[in-house]
Design a protein around this ligand. Structure first.
Ligand SMILES: Nc1ncnc2c1ncn2[C@@H]1O[C@H](COP(=O)(O)OP(=O)(O)OP(=O)(O)O)[C@@H](O)[C@H]1O
Ligand SMILES: [Mg+2]
Length: 229
């Protein structure tokens, strides 16, 4: 009950007054010229409201992950499309991105939007973990019997051992900007697809996430990858 309907109601109730506040800010902004220090205060209020909206959005996502609409898709096609948009997003970063799709992948039943969300969350975290350093993010996709494995490997700062157990907990975060919901949402989404998500990490070396999805029966092959570890 709590995660299913209460947050949705709460989000709707909060959104109305927030958009009211935004409308009033727009009116007030017109009253000051661009050098007026009071304008900066208004812009701060606007940014904070934006932040509240992001929080509401994430809580909604977290509570709605039970509502999935799966469709059969060609995984390679899906992944390539997602990759092209993802790379564009991080173009300015000092990061070398690499995507390897090994062998036949086949079809899978997924909620495209939600799985994209998971992959975005994992990449966002890797980009954050690399920071301003030079780094690499490598994504490898390969079949292992009925599983489609998607491995995300970064050269970021790594996750301390004591945090590894907690990274999938809602609101666990070590980031100043984060809410600690990205991986909690991702885990719920993957589990709603009967998949798995695991992590291994080495401090100062990097982190690897492995997502496992089950391929559609008719597209299953006996392909496996010997050098994907
Ligand atoms: N690739 C990674 N490298 C290093 N630490 C990571 C990595 N991925 C996750 N973490 C750790 O796990 C924590 C939780 O990640 P999660 O995505 O759930 O939340 P967040 O990124 O902090 O905030 P949000 O995703 O809500 O913006 C992070 O704050 C970070 O400490
Ligand atoms: Mg995150």
């Amino acid at each position: 009950m709590y995660w299913d309907s209460f947050p949705v109601l709460l989000a709707h109730e909060l959104r109305n007054p927030l958009s009211g506040i935004c409308a009033h800010i727009e009116v007030l902004k017109e009253l000051f010229d661009s050098h007026d220090p009071r304008l900066e205060s208004l812009l701060s209020i606007e940014r904070e409201i934006e932040r509240i909206n992001e929080i509401i959005q994430k809580i909604l996502e977290f509570s709605r992950t039970g509502n999935i609409t799966k469709k059969t898709i060609d995984f390679k096609e899906f992944l390539t499309e997602w990759w092209d948009t993802q790379i564009r997003k991080y173009k300015k970063q000092n990061i070398n991105f690499e995507l390897k799709i090994k062998g036949q992948i086949g079809k899978v039943q997924i909620d495209r939007r939600l799985i994209e969300r998971v992959f975005d969350n994992i990449i966002d975290n890797s980009v954050y973990a690399i920071g301003n350093e030079k780094g690499e993010i490598k994504v490898s996709v390969y079949r292992e019997k009925e599983y489609i494995n998607i491995q995300f490997k970064d050269t970021g700062k790594g996750i301390p051992k004591e945090n590894l157990k907690r990274i999938f907990d809602p609101f666990f975060t070590t980031s100043a900007k984060g809410m600690g919901l990205g991986l909690a949402i991702s885990k719920r989404i993957i589990e709603a697809h009967n998949g798995k998500i695991n992590v291994i990490s080495n401090i100062n070396k990097g982190t690897t996430f492995l997502v496992k999805l089950t391929a559609e029966k008719e597209s299953r092959t006996n392909d496996s990858c010997s050098d994907c570890g």
